[in-house]
Design a protein around this ligand. Structure first.
Ligand SMILES: NC(=O)c1ccc[n+]([C@@H]2O[C@H](COP(=O)([O-])OP(=O)(O)OC[C@H]3O[C@@H](n4cnc5c(N)ncnc54)[C@H](O)[C@@H]3O)[C@@H](O)[C@H]2O)c1
Length: 260
């Protein structure tokens, strides 16, 4: 085998099945595109059916292998049924990316209990439910790659997003717990921590030039991240190339955390 072929195969996801939650748009969609471009069949999940189906159609029109699985990550019944259906249809799930997320911004003292739960439910409980269901299956197969989505907010945070910051601390900790507990089963778990990205998630910041530009100027690479900046990392972590990487946080932020 040539060195080039060896390199290409090491980073290939050919023959693998990936489940990516919250993949109808934004960063999840970029993860899906990268994983499919590397050869995986990608099951895109979201609770927004219209946007989900449009995204699946877009990837298919580019010749990529993918399908849709509509469910709410916070519903135990929906999650268990969807994972069981995916395994029945595709025989396996090799890669799980717990990407679904939401955001609420307001002063800490104004958050209601329901609002607190609405953020914790999607990030933390959703990651727990989907991972539990998929991990049972991965343990049987003695292999798998699980990726949790953290954030730079657990290191450096702006105001008004206390529930989100707490939730990202929890998903990061859950990723480390899983790396230790599932590692002996041949399952690797890692955490991707994005910086500031131009997605609908940050609409409240993107629409305010003074905030957008202030943050941009703090990033050493002098631009906000684009979802496609993150896609290749999922391929690296989930392919043979990442076979010995387990339990670590990968920050992709243009250098903002490193900058004074
Ligand atoms: N955008 C950023 O700057 C940034 C930075 C750090 C971390 N993140 C994280 O990256 C992930 C994706 O962020 P994004 O910017 O693409 O957000 P986004 O809002 O553009 O996309 C999130 C997707 O998750 C889906 N979703 C929400 N709740 C769901 C549920 N209960 N069940 C199923 N799907 C659900 C939404 O419908 C949406 O399609 C999130 O976990 C977010 O916290 C984003």
């Amino acid at each position: 085998m040539s060195q080039h072929a060896l390199h290409t195969e090491t980073f290939s996801l050919k023959g693998k099945v990936a489940l990516i939650t919250g993949a109808a748009r934004g960063i999840g969609f970029a993860y899906a595109r990268s994983a499919a471009a590397a050869g995986a069949h990608v099951v895109l999940n979201d609770r927004d059916a219209k946007s989900l189906n449009a995204s699946v159609d877009e990837l298919r029109s580019q010749g990529l292998s993918c399908s849709a699985s509509e469910f709410d990550v916070t519903s135990e019944g929906e999650v268990d049924k969807a994972v069981s259906d995916i395994v029945a249809q595709h025989k396996q799930i090799d890669i799980l990316v717990n990407n679904a997320g939401n955001q609420l911004r307001k002063p800490f003292v104004d958050f209601t209990l329901a609002e607190w739960h609405s953020v914790m439910d999607v990030h933390v409980t959703g990651s727990f439910l989907v991972t539990r269901s998929v991990a049972r299956h991965m343990i049987d197969r003695k292999s798998g790659s699980i990726i949790m989505i953290g954030s730079i907010v657990i290191e450096s945070v702006r105001g008004t997003i206390a529930p989100y910051t707490t939730a990202k601390g929890a998903t990061t900790a859950l990723g480390k717990a899983l790396a230790v507990e599932l590692g002996p089963h041949g399952i690797r778990t890692n955490i991707i921590a994005p910086g500031m990205y131009e997605t609908e998630f940050n609409r409240a910041l993107l629409d305010r030039p003074e905030i957008y530009n202030t943050l941009k100027d703090k990033i050493p690479l002098r631009r906000w991240g684009k979802p496609e900046d993150l896609g290749p990392l999922v391929v690296y972590l989930s392919s043979e190339a990442g076979r010995y990487i387990n339990g670590h946080i990968f920050t992709v932020d243009g250098g903002i955390l490193t900058s004074l």
